[in-house]
Design a protein around this ligand. Structure first.
Ligand code: DGL
Length: 266
């Protein structure tokens, strides 16, 4: 390949930046398009058939416009239901998904009490139930579908101050105590949540391990890229990193500044 691989990183909003920033560390010379489907945000409350249709439609135009070499679906809510449809429709394009990190949570817990903090959609999925049955059958697993956290993370990225009381109320159901044991691992099953993890740590009733799957997803993408396109290498050309929003709205200055910190232009 003479040009660097073009990577499409996709989410309903800004949460996918948590995955994007990890991939950039491993593949600094790739050519990136970051797409936020802000016109469809939040995905957490969408019914499954409508969400499948929505994501397929957005990908039709993204693939037509950008011809990526790989797509990273940096969204648990979409990955846990849409990935098989994407792969069937574009069989030659590699898709890397993001699904709840239940296996590492089950491996790291000592109390055998773990919580999965995701959107209402993600925690209701059969996919999530199957991961629990496969990897965490020996644990007490609390599923917490937060209605507000993804929106709070978006506001935070747009420069609004974090609302401590609201965040504390959203994470509170993750913290369980039973027979002298208590939750010691919370898996962040929505890519928006690592954007608020410092707030979670500050507001948690007791310290727990917060698992952010982004580094593991980046390693997976890097491995697939190495198999297909070889190692990351400078090409002598500047590699663009563009953020696009499906609403077509131009981000306000605080968000533009946040995107610039990720090296993204609009
Ligand atoms: N960032 C998304 C996820 O990982 C979803 C946020 C939303 O649109 O509700 O699940």
């Amino acid at each position: 390949m003479t040009h660097p691989p073009k990577l499409l990183v996709f989410d309903s909003g800004l949460g996918g930046l948590t995955v994007f920033s990890e991939i950039v560390k491993l593949r600094p010379h790739a050519d990136y398009v970051y797409c936020a489907d802000d016109a469809g945000f939040p995905y957490g409350a969408w019914a499954e058939p409508a969400l499948i249709q929505r994501v397929m439609t957005v990908f039709e135009s993204l693939i037509a416009d950008h011809a990526p070499d790989m797509a990273i679906v940096a969204c648990n809510t979409a990955s846990t239901i849409v990935l098989p449809h994407l792969r069937a429709h574009w069989p030659t394009l590699p898709f890397v998904g993001t699904v709840p990190a239940i296996k590492p949570a089950a491996e790291h817990t000592r109390s055998k009490m773990i919580s999965v903090l995701g959107t209402p959609g993600t925690v209701a999925r059969d996919y999530t139930q199957n991961l629990i049955a496969q990897f965490a059958a020996h644990c007490a697993v609390t599923l917490v579908g937060s209605k507000r956290l993804a929106t709070l993370a978006e506001s935070f990225m747009r420069g609004e101050p974090a609302n401590d009381a609201e965040i504390a109320a959203e994470i509170a159901p993750c913290f369980r105590e039973e027979n002298g044991r208590r939750t010691d691992v919370v898996t962040l099953a929505c890519t928006h949540y690592p954007l608020l993890v410092e707030e979670f740590k500050r507001l948690a009733p007791w310290p727990v391990e917060w698992i952010d799957p982004a580094p593991a997803i980046a390693r997976r993408a890097d491995k697939l890229l190495a198999e297909r396109f070889g190692a990351d290498a400078p090409t002598g050309q500047p590699t663009p990193r563009r953020a696009i929003f499906t609403s077509g709205r131009k981000p306000e200055p605080p968000l533009l500044a946040a995107l610039a910190r990720y090296g993204l232009d609009c």
